[in-house]
Design a protein around this ligand. Sequence first.
Ligand SMILES: Cc1ncc(COP(=O)(O)O)c(C=O)c1O
Length: 375
Amino acid sequence: MISIARPLLGDEEKEAVLEVLTSGQLAQGERVAAFERRFAELCSVEEAVAVSSGTAALHLALLAHNIGPGDEIITTPFSFAATANTILLVGAIPVFVDIEADTYNLDPALVEAAITQRTRAILPVHLYGNPCDMKWLEEIAKAHGLVLIEDACQAHAAAVDGQPVGSFGSGCFSFYPTKNMTTGEGGIVTTNDPLIAERVRLLRSHGQKERYCHLSLGFNLRMTEIQAALGLVQIEKLEKFTERRIANAMFLTESLKEVVQTPTSRPGHRHVYHQYTIRVSHERDKWTRALHEHGIGTGIHYPLAIHQQPFYQSSPDLFRIASSPGTTATKTNPGAARLPVAETAAKQVLSLPVHPALSQEDLQKVAEEVLRLCN
Ligand SMILES: Cc1ncc(COP(=O)(O)O)c(C=O)c1O
């Protein structure tokens, strides 16, 4: 089976983990600090604070910016649920704005109309590793005095005109095993603001700057030394992994661009292909089944937009939907699409294997089977 994702772990990772086990220092040692310095360098930022997951990174970044009850946060409905869930966890209100049909990212052209007196932040997601239009979003945030928090959980080493994602605002990354680099579970917040870094450091460790001196409330959302040891090895491999992903994506696009909608990125944007996602306008289930029968793993990222998830459907007062130009929902027909681009994407997207462990033979097989389905 050609899997949809696979972490690439070798002898170096095994040795690094064994070293930690032998040292006896499993938590709060020098590896976490070294990993933070190395990740900050990767993102061209002053500070990086390692935490236990991408969800923790988003949660603590929101708290560090003092975002809380009553605040509105403009975000995308087309992401992993953690993006909006963390907004709810701090008591704020996700305001969903529709996406672009070609990049699947938050549509900057619709953001300004969604801003109200209560808007505090814009939280775009670099979905599938494809950077959002950060120059435009940065401009809007500046003009309205809004905080910018980037969900870069899928976008390690992605960039806009050479500027790494995670450096436009506060960046939040995940190191879950399917991500472009992994620490098992893990996450990190990147920032150029020392105050934000300091707050995240306090929040991740019960408000302690020094042991048993609690300056604020906080959590235990620390990264372990084992995770950091893995991260220190993986980060040195990231560029090779990324180049491989890009080359694999180029091969698939060359093979498939005449028959399906292949991924698009804006000029100057470095898409790092966490996912390689095509659109299948009808009978997606049939495609998925056929590809699986021929030994090709696929993924659907995501089968429902966040506001369509059962939890959100049952809690309509917790979020707001910004009105969208193509919307068909009315008071008399409330079930119709409210964020039409995201809702259509959820019905049509299909991710194909693109990870760096694929052989040329694997890639050829993926392309051939998709072409066969189109004929
Ligand atoms: C876009 C996005 N945001 C947030 C997260 C949450 O990261 P984690 O699973 O590390 O908590 C993920 C991970 O799947 C993600 O893809």
